[in-house]
Design a protein around this ligand. Structure first.
Ligand SMILES: *[C@@H]1O[C@H](CO)[C@@H](O)[C@H](O)[C@H]1NC(C)=O
Ligand SMILES: *[C@@H]1O[C@H](CO)[C@@H](O)[C@H](O)[C@H]1NC(C)=O
Ligand SMILES: *[C@@H]1O[C@H](CO)[C@@H](O)[C@H](O)[C@H]1NC(C)=O
Ligand SMILES: *[C@@H]1O[C@H](CO)[C@@H](O)[C@H](O)[C@H]1NC(C)=O
Ligand SMILES: *[C@@H]1O[C@H](CO)[C@@H](O)[C@H](O)[C@H]1NC(C)=O
Length: 177
């Protein structure tokens, strides 16, 4: 028990060090937006854009044709290994509660990645144009110790208890050795 209590902080500390020293490399590789209810949510734009060899940004325009006040969001990270497999977390949150009190630590990590690029920084309801503009990730911004690999951040949105749309972001991460 004692050994473990020393070991765990050591491992965490070394992960943080590795993380901070990294000349690691992260690149968005694909973006998928799909609505299964076009009379509620429509994607006008959902594209990656290459800025240079190392930087790709994501842009999304979605229109909510009716106000959404009951929104649940499932957040999953998956890592590719013979297909995408669950990795690190799979959580479902009440999005309207979350924007009020930021109460879920995993959702908070994801929120912090997106918040400066999105129009979503307000409380429910969401209606009309919702936008993600020039979203990009750099290794320093991702506070997770990722091994080299291909990843998917799957976001599945349920409005009024019906799965209504998905916004899935795919990226590769290369550790610095
Ligand atoms: C699709 O959206 C419309 C408009 O908000 C809503 O009335 C309808 O119930 C939704 N359909 C499903 C299957 O969720
Ligand atoms: C892209 O990344 C490589 C490897 O990390 C680096 O050597 C190069 O300078 C970068 N190029 C640009 C345009 O940022
Ligand atoms: C996204 O919406 C903004 C604001 O209305 C608009 O200026 C922009 O042209 C739209 N982008 C695309 C690609 O539809
Ligand atoms: C978002 O913007 C704020 C204010 O400009 C800045 O302090 C913060 O570091 C930014 N967050 C990220 C994750 O880029
Ligand atoms: C989001 O909204 C909260 C509360 O209105 C505010 O404190 C925060 O600075 C905003 N963050 C960004 C990135 O706009």
């Amino acid at each position: 028990m004692k050994a473990l209590s020393v070991f765990v902080p050591l491992v965490l500390a070394s992960l943080v060090l590795i993380h901070q020293n990294s000349g690691a490399f992260l690149k968005l590789t694909n973006l998928v937006c799909e609505s299964s209810n076009q009379s509620w949510v429509r994607f006008d734009h959902c594209r990656l854009k290459a800025i240079n060899r190392n930087k790709t940004v994501a842009n999304i325009n979605a229109t909510f044709l009716a106000p959404a006040t009951d929104i649940s969001l499932r957040l999953q990270i998956q890592k590719k290994a013979n297909g995408y497999k669950p990795w690190l977390f799979d959580v479902t949150i009440d999005a309207c509660k979350f924007v009020r009190n930021r109460n879920n630590p995993f959702a908070k990590v994801i929120w912090n990645l997106f918040r400066n690029y999105s129009t979503a920084n307000h409380t429910c309801p969401y209606v009309g144009l919702q936008r993600v503009k020039d979203f990009h990730l750099t290794p320093e911004k991702v506070p997770l110790p990722l091994p080299t690999g291909e990843y998917a951040l799957l976001m599945t949105w349920t409005l009024n208890q019906e799965v209504t749309f998905v916004t899935n972001v795919y990226f590769t991460y290369t550790e610095d050795f």
